[in-house]
Design a protein around this ligand. Structure first.
Ligand SMILES: *Cc1c(COP(=O)(O)O)cnc(C)c1O
Length: 452
């Protein structure tokens, strides 16, 4: 008899603490830099847009950070998430590898993002904030934050890139259902938005402009703060609940350790979340590999430089030391919208520089081919972002078939693709474009890296 297909944890086994990798990193993380003074950023300088507790977490040297009871109660709405053994995928691949996936698609908004959204809403609420602002591209982060704000009685203002607002109405409706106010960005409500509209009243918008609008809104209203869904240390901290649960579940499945842990990377938060507890064990001497998977059209880890750069296209945010393609780089219109970010979480970047995290990149068509195989074997239709991880898992499992190695492979199933069916439609119609690696554009953008 096969062992269980799904490994559940009882709610009483939800981790009570997040794991903070900062004190365990092989070398200290270079500090964020104030772009005006070129000096390390002072924590107070962030207080206009973030609550003190998150600012503290961002630089904390405490290895374990307590999850407040009120938040644990909210996590129990969908956590612990199941760990699945991908028996059917293994059979289809005829691999001796054992493949497990942590299913973050079971959260109400359908991805891992609410793990940090609810934490951010909670700490803001506790400090008296009434409203959170954010940007969203395709709408995954916006819907996670709308969901979280509703749970804690906060207002939520989402600046949604205009083209997505018009072309992808369902995520917008989801946000509105949870009570958020959603504006197509650029708006005429902010200086940054008005400046763009003056030049081009029909501007389709971009994530960069939407960030500028959300930050400006928060910075100019005392009772509002800004919220970011990836990249920052506190976001990865909150996401470690994924890896901490997976660690317990693998043990229940009779696995001593995973040999390989795989995740897709946009800003690095779902990858960071599943891997950090295992990175800790690698640093203590265990033999575990980590593979971050990105699109070849936006290859920050595989082709970017490890440099200080802005987090946004407009160049308004503090400078972060990270793998970057240059903040001016605008990737092609990939279907994996969540992976179209020019930079990478500083924590993931440092680990990649140290050779602890490996990176691979794939084009869209092989990624969707992997997604379809997964949907046909395991049943769940993956988000295009998640499908990148699946492609790498399949490649590793095929290597095991060739060598006969019985490796244990763990990956993060970061979200389902129910709102991304137009991408599947394009793939099934043979109309999905495999973008050339945009070398020229990247080299251009890298020339504009700020001098520190
Ligand atoms: C947003 C998103 C990602 C990419 O973001 P990270 O911060 O790198 O995790 C990946 N998968 C899904 C389903 C997403 O919604």
């Amino acid at each position: 008899m096969e062992r269980d297909k799904k490994i559940f944890l009882p709610e009483s086994e939800i981790p009570q603490r997040w794991y903070n990798i900062l004190p365990d990193l092989p070398e200290p993380l270079p500090p964020p830099i104030n772009p005006a003074t070129k000096e390390p950023l002072k924590p107070e300088e962030l207080a206009k847009i973030f609550p003190m507790e998150l600012i503290k977490q961002e630089a904390s040297q405490e290895r374990w950070i307590e999850i407040p009871d009120e938040l644990l109660k909210v996590y129990r709405m969908w956590r612990p998430t199941p760990l699945h053994r991908a028996y059917e995928l293994e059979k289809a691949l005829k691999t001796p590898a054992r493949i497990y996936y942590k299913n973050e698609s079971v959260s109400p908004p359908g991805s891992h993002k609410p793990n940090t959204a609810v934490a951010q809403a909670y700490f803001n609420k506790k400090e008296g904030i009434k409203r959170l602002t954010t940007e969203t591209g395709a709408g995954q982060w916006g819907s996670a934050l709308a969901f979280a704000c509703n749970l804690f009685g906060l207002e939520c203002t989402v600046y949604m890139v205009r083209v997505s607002y018009e072309q992808k109405p369902y995520r917008k409706i989801m946000m509105q259902t949870w009570g958020a106010t959603v504006y197509p960005s650029p708006t005429n409500l902010t200086n940054s938005g008005r400046a763009i509209l003056q030049e081009d009243p029909d501007s389709p918008g971009s994530l960069g402009v939407a960030i500028s609008e959300a930050v400006e809104d928060a910075a100019t209203h005392d009772d509002a703060n800004y919220s970011l869904g990836s990249v920052l240390n506190h976001v990865i901290l909150h996401q470690t609940i994924i890896g901490l649960e997976a660690e317990k579940q693998l043990q229940i499945a009779g696995e001593k350790k995973p040999d390989i842990v795989i995740g897709c990377v946009g800003g690095g938060s779902n990858f960071g979340g599943i891997t950090m507890p295992f990175v800790r064990r690698r640093l203590q001497g265990e033999d575990i590999r980590f593979i971050a998977v990105e699109p070849s059209a936006c290859p920050s880890l595989t082709k970017g430089l490890y440099r200080y750069d802005y987090g946004d296209v407009a160049g308004l945010t503090p400078l972060l030391m990270m793998h970057t393609l240059g903040h001016k780089f605008i990737p092609p219109r990939l279907h994996a919208g969540g992976l179209r970010y020019h930079g990478m979480a500083p924590i993931v970047s440092l680990l990649a520089k140290k050779g602890i995290v490996e990176a691979v990149s794939y084009n869209q068509n092989p990624v969707f081919e992997a997604a379809i195989l997964f949907a046909k074997t395991e049943g769940i239709i993956p988000a295009p972002e998640t499908a990148h991880a699946i492609k790498a898992v399949i490649d590793e499992a095929i290597k095991c078939r060739e060598t006969g190695e019985e490796k244990c492979i763990l990956f993060n199933f970061s979200g389902h693709g129910h709102f991304d069916l137009s991408a599947y439609e394009a793939y099934l119609a043979g109309k999905l474009v495999d973008y050339e690696y945009p070398e020229e554009k990247i080299l251009e953008a890298l020339k504009e890296l700020p001098v520190v």
